[in-house]
Ligand binder design. Structure first.
Ligand code: 6R9
Length: 645
């Protein structure tokens, strides 16, 4: 923990959209009179019918509902494209930087984006896609991924983007859960000079996804992929006959915009559903204020479109604001650890938004990769995805930003749609490791295990006491699970699943998940998901997965595995299980350590005591606490003796 304070630079205090007094006023108003505050903010969007009501919600079980701007009508794609055409149709909307730096970047003006998205929308319509239908997008980081999701928004179809690193099994589960009959993919993806067999993965997924009827394939690498007649369609062939014009469909503000699957504390990922109006307003307002975005600036969010960060801060937020958004196909450390900074120089990036795990990995490669680049264009740096350790924060600030760029450490979640606790660069003094203060409209509280609200400097669980426009609206197909997961632990409040400390200045410090979710390289992984994958293996009887500290990834995956009688836990089986999990879920779920255990520590009622497993995985075996309630306390000695790592 660090208590050093970095004051707002004088130039930022003078020039930023929001200064310290402005923040106090905005945040105060947003809580004192949310109705007028949000109707006023809603004017930043282009409405077909302007809303006259703002929030209408209750977190109480008896009357549980969440709506924002319910009487408003708009089209999200028209907000991201059409309304900019008159004033800045020739401005660059998207810059695309390919995986291989030897290849030329591409860019699209707002007018070109309009034509691409309209054509894509017409292709979807020709395939029978209608308002409310679910379309799965399983794409590499190419501009067509953005065209595809905006095309869905244009015709009112609900997109469900599945990260290209997920396995065919994981993809099939997501296609089936939301009953999606269309998948948009590419022949292959590229990352760090390696090919990702996306179309082949879709073919494998199709075997387990009976709902799937059509596969639209974008030619990205030109790799040779088999096409199944009647099911598979080359995008370029289908698009050739389509006009570059397609009227946007009028959507209710509460009509769904997208589903995005995320890990929770149970085995099955949840389909987080976001609305059209409230979500877009949140993405747009947070993008404008947190990054202090000014027209003409080149802005780069280095996330993948498969995560919520890519949705809100590569596509929806920036495009709603008429920004120039950079899309990067590659990875930070290929061909060298200088790649990010070279891309910054090549495109004169002013605002860079990335994850602590990438910073830690690059930091380890030494400063020379950074200092041999200019980075003069950079004005503001951002981070997201996990707590940033003060050492990485300082490196980002001193070495990357040469001390001149404020750092916005943005805390938020797939469920929140956009930033919740974050510095506004002209308003908040910074403390390395703290996400600082709540965004306007956000009412955070820290509660103890019994739900008592704790005041002043304190530590506990983070809840949000009132609704905000960007909040998710339901879990796809399971509204009861939505209530149960987020609103039943602390009645009347949204429970984030995060632990949090508040210091004497009122600054918030996220301490990490307090549920069975671990954060691997900024990606959420449910321990139960990895356990379910492991027990599918014929030799595995039982598995328990916990997080362990990891220098680069933040947290690594530590799996305790009990084998069926007669099976031997050797190196070969360990390698096989690692491969198995990668196949079942994807490389992001790769276990870092597997310990074969004859038994797991269980209570007499059969509940696994994860607290003990976590301690052992952390290597903290001297303070295992009370083990007397275990059915068989002796298993702990075996676990300690055979700890891996
Ligand atoms: C946007 C995103 C959400 C979880 C969240 C928390 C962690 C995200 C953070 C952070 C500390 C930050 N998290 N940002 N922790 N400081 N700035 O990452 O969404 O993938 O749903 O993950 O990530 O634990 O609860 P998502």
């Amino acid at each position: 923990m660090s208590d050093s304070i970095y004051p707002v630079p004088a130039e930022w205090a003078r020039r930023a959209r929001v200064d310290a007094a402005g923040y106090e006023r905005l945040h105060g108003l947003s809580l004192a009179d949310p109705g007028s505050f949000w109707l006023e903010q809603a004017r930043r969007l282009d409405w077909i019918k302007r809303p006259e009501i703002a929030g209408d919600w209750s977190f109480d079980e008896a009357d549980f509902h969440i709506q924002w701007f319910a009487d408003g009508k708009l089209n999200v794609a028209a907000n991201c494209i059409d309304r900019h055409l008159a004033s800045r149709g020739g401005d660059t909307a998207i810059i695309w930087e390919p995986d291989d730096p030897a290849e030329a970047p591409r860019s699209y003006t707002y007018l070109q984006l309009y034509e691409e998205v309209c054509r894509f929308a017409n292709v979807l319509k020709a395939q029978g896609v209608q308002k409310g239908d679910r379309v799965t997008v399983y794409m590499p980081m190419i501009p067509e991924a953005a065209f595809a999701i905006l095309a869905c928004a244009r015709i009112g179809a609900i997109h469900s983007v599945v990260f290209g690193g997920f396995s065919p099994e994981a993809l099939a589960g997501r296609i089936t859960d939301c009953d999606s009959s269309v998948v948009i993919t590419a022949d292959e993806g590229r990352r760090g000079g390696k090919k990702v067999p996306l179309k082949t993965n879709v073919d494998a997924a199709a075997a387990h996804a009976p709902a799937l009827e059509k596969v639209i394939v974008v030619k990205a690498t030109g790799g040779d992929v088999p096409m199944q007649p009647g099911r598979d369609i080359w995008y370029h062939e289908a698009a050739a006959g389509e006009p570059a014009d397609c009227p946007p469909v009028a959507m209710g503000a509460e009509d769904p915009l997208f589903i995005l699957y995320t890990s929770g504390s149970t085995g099955k990922p949840k389909g987080v559903l976001h609305s059209s109006g409230g979500y877009l307003l949140w993405a747009s307002l947070t993008h404008a204020l947190t990054f202090d975005y000014r027209p003409g600036q080149v802005y780069w969010c280095a996330a993948d479109i498969g995560w919520v960060t890519g949705h809100s801060y590569i596509v929806y937020g920036p495009l709603a604001n008429g920004a120039t958004t950079l899309m990067f196909e590659g990875v930070p450390n290929w061909p060298s650890a200088a790649r990010i900074w070279e891309v910054v120089d090549r495109h004169k990036v002013e605002i860079l938004y990335t994850a602590p795990t990438a910073l830690r990995a690059l930091m380890r490669e030494g400063d020379a990769h950074v200092t041999r680049t200019s980075r003069k264009s950079l004005r503001l740096l951002g981070t997201v995805g996990e707590p940033i350790n003060p050492e990485a924060w300082r490196w980002y600030h001193e070495v990357v930003g040469e001390g001149r760029c404020p750092i916005v450490d943005t805390w938020w979640q797939t469920e929140t749609g956009g930033h919740m606790i974050t510095p506004l660069p002209g308003a908040m003094a910074l403390k390395p490791g703290s996400a600082t203060l709540p965004f306007p409209g956000v009412d955070p509280q820290i509660v103890d295990a019994d739900g008592r609200v704790l005041h002043g400097a304190t530590e506990g669980n983070l809840v949000i006491a009132r609704s905000w426009p960007g909040q998710m609206r339901t879990v796809w197909g399971d509204h009861a699970r939505f209530f149960q997961t987020y609103f039943s632990t602390y009645p009347g409040k949204y429970f984030t699943g995060d632990g949090c400390r508040r210091d004497a200045d009122g600054y918030y410090w996220i301490t990490g998940r307090v549920d069975d979710v671990i954060n691997v390289s900024g990606h959420r992984m449910g321990t139960a998901e990895v356990e379910s994958a492991l027990v599918l293996h014929p030799k595995v009887a039982e598995a328990a997965v916990v997080g362990m500290p990891h220098d680069i990834k933040g947290q690594g995956i530590y799996a305790y595995v009990t084998l069926n009688a007669g099976c031997t836990g050797d190196e070969a089986l360990r390698a096989e299980l690692v491969k198995w999990v990668r196949t079942e879920i994807g490389p992001i779920a790769t276990p870092d350590a597997i310990q074969f255990a004859p038994g797991l520590p269980k209570t007499r009622s059969g509940k696994i005591m994860r607290r003990i497993l976590r301690k052992i995985a952390e290597g903290d075996v001297t303070s295992l606490g009370d083990t007397s309630t275990l059915a068989d306390p002796a298993v702990v000695d075996d676990l300690v003796a055979n700890r891996v790592g």
